[in-house]
Design a binder for this molecule. Structure first.
Ligand code: FAD
Length: 487
């Protein structure tokens, strides 16, 4: 089936009679509107935003194909579908909106794509305790709009807000652009509801904190679909901010500006947005600032008196580190352009290979990791650019986000693998974590052993215990045997 569409990393497929049996029973559970083996549906769910998919797509192939797509409309639907898949030993892959960047949804063993878009309701808002209960398939932008209408914000704005789902955020431990004030999604999550591979429904408790042993709900944060389906979540919300203060500073160099941000975080101030660009990216994003100094854009929001106090504290620290203040206009410009990534598709069409690599470092190695990774990337033949910014900051460190572009000629895939090998080796040698928010998926699994050490076996044991038939998103998170892609 579908053999006329070439696939590049398809390991195997589920035997077709099993898929047909699954399909017949799924029709009984969720009805004919919610089950499809149409070519268009298989193609539209077979890949994500992993750049390698774009390379293959331009060459006329897809990474791998599912054999069926199903759309559960409720937690009970999802539970019945997983129970069935487990009985038949059919691989299933949860699908949010396919905005992942690591090949997390690529169905390398075929099977059934469980597209969660029809589970898209806000179930309830608890205005007293500032929490919302929302279904996993809700689109990010719609989620925020719904909350805004009620006078609240979810505080989570990934660049992919308009093309990602709440469940995808939780499954990938996503980070939004306002994370310094509101936290990453794992900080925003109170608890979640999930369906285990055998169809059991797990529902966590929406209480502020517990001391009742390890929390099962937290096992699903970053699980990328390998332990079950996150069907709903209780998330923290905030009243819409009373005031916003925006300001840009430039600094002589990255080291000086990192020192300033570290002291801001140690002062207790919590600006919502903190983005520090190296000189190259400063010149690229804000040409009026030139490309000699490093630009820091800050957005502080919340209660107006607290915002004013935080702005004053930050200004004092910035000035003590030789900052020049550049006013609010660059932040306003960034706010307008922050979801625009159109340049990426243009570059791919011109023969470029580009990717972004985000890692997490402490303050002592935040700068050296930038230097080491940038040098490693530039040393790969064909690389034209490796620039970076710090996009999420904490009292104990920062997330570094590198963008790299190359024109490698015909060997695009070989080049892609070489830049990643170089970047990951440099990152690990510096002691930084290999991902801050894009996750592991298919691609980054190669470095999971280096990242987790003995912890990887713990994850494997949990996977075996929860999913003995290995039906949930097999081949992902670096738990399985090495795939064709990784060889
Ligand atoms: C242009 C662009 C900008 C981006 N910017 C950011 C950013 O600022 N911050 C950030 O963190 N990420 C960003 N990303 C990455 C991506 O958007 C996030 O990882 C997002 O959380 C994925 O959500 P999704 O619904 O699209 O998930 P998918 O891509 O559909 O799935 C991702 C993984 O999660 C699993 N999964 C999905 N839903 C569920 C569920 N309900 N239960 C269990 N498993 C599930 C899938 O099986 C897969 O393994 C960006 C991506 C793009 C393309």
């Amino acid at each position: 089936m579908n053999d006329y569409i070439p696939t590049t990393v398809q390991e195997s497929r589920v035997e077709q009679p099993l898929i047909e049996k699954f399909s017949r029973k799924a029709l009984e559970i969720i009805g004919e509107d919610n089950v499809s083996s149409d070519q268009a549906d298989l193609l539209s769910t077979c890949r994500d935003f992993w750049p390698v998919n774009s390379i293959w797509m331009l060459e006329g192939s897809v990474p791998a194909l599912p054999q069926l797509v199903v759309w559960p409309c409720s937690t009970e639907d999802a539970a019945a579908l997983l129970k069935l898949a487990n009985e038949l030993k059919v691989a299933v892959i949860p699908y949010g909106e396919g905005s992942g960047t690591m090949g997390g949804v690529v169905p390398i063993y075929g099977g059934v794509m469980i597209d969660l878009k029809k589970m898209n309701r806000i179930r309830s808002i608890d205005k007293e305790s500032l929490m919302v209960n929302v279904e996993c398939g809700m689109n990010g932008a719609l989620y925020e709009e719904n909350l805004n209408r009620e006078g609240y914000t979810g505080g989570h704005f990934p660049q992919s807000l308009r093309c990602s789902s709440v469940g995808g955020w939780l499954a990938c431990r996503a980070a939004g652009q306002f994370s310094t004030r509101y936290g990453k999604i794992e900080d925003i999550a109170v608890t979640l509801e999930a369906v285990l591979p055998d169809g059991t429904i797990f529902s966590g408790r929406s209480v502020p904190r517990t001391a009742t042993g390890p929390r099962v709900d937290q096992l699903f944060l970053g699980s990328e679909g390998i332990f079950g389906i996150i069907t709903a979540a209780t998330l923290r919300i905030w009243p819409l901010p009373e005031k916003r203060h925006m300001v840009t500073y430039t600094f002589e160099n990255l080291e000086e500006s990192l020192q300033a941000i570290r002291l801001v975080m140690h002062s207790g101030a919590r600006p919502a947005v903190v983005r520090l660009y190296d000189a190259q990216e400063t010149g690229h994003h804000f040409p009026e600032l030139g490309d000699k100094r490093c630009g820091l854009i800050l957005l502080i929001e919340g209660n107006s008196k607290i915002v004013d106090a935080e702005a004053a504290v930050i200004e004092k620290i910035a000035m003590a580190h030789g900052a020049i203040e550049e006013g609010p206009t660059h932040v306003e410009h960034w706010l307008k352009k922050r979801f625009d990534v159109s340049v990426a598709s243009t570059l791919f069409q011109k023969g470029a290979v580009l990717d972004t690599i985000e890692v997490s470092a402490n303050w002592h190695n935040a700068h050296s990791t930038y230097i080491a990774m940038q040098q490693a990337l530039m040393a790969v033949e064909g690389t034209m650019l490796a620039s970076g910014h710090y996009s999420h900051v904490y009292p104990d460190g920062a997330a570094l986000y590198l963008t790299t572009v190359g024109f490698p000629g015909d060997d695009k895939i070989g080049f892609y693998k070489r830049i990643w090998q170089a970047a990951m080796e440099a990152c690990l040698a510096e002691g930084a974590a290999i991902s801050h928010h894009h996750g592991i998926g298919l691609h980054r699994g190669l470095w999971m052993k280096d990242e987790h050490g003995a912890g990887l076996e713990v994850l494997r044991s949990i996977k075996k215990a929860l999913d003995p038939n290995n039906i949930m998103n097999p081949g992902k998170l670096g738990l399985a045997e090495v795939s064709t892609w990784q060889k």
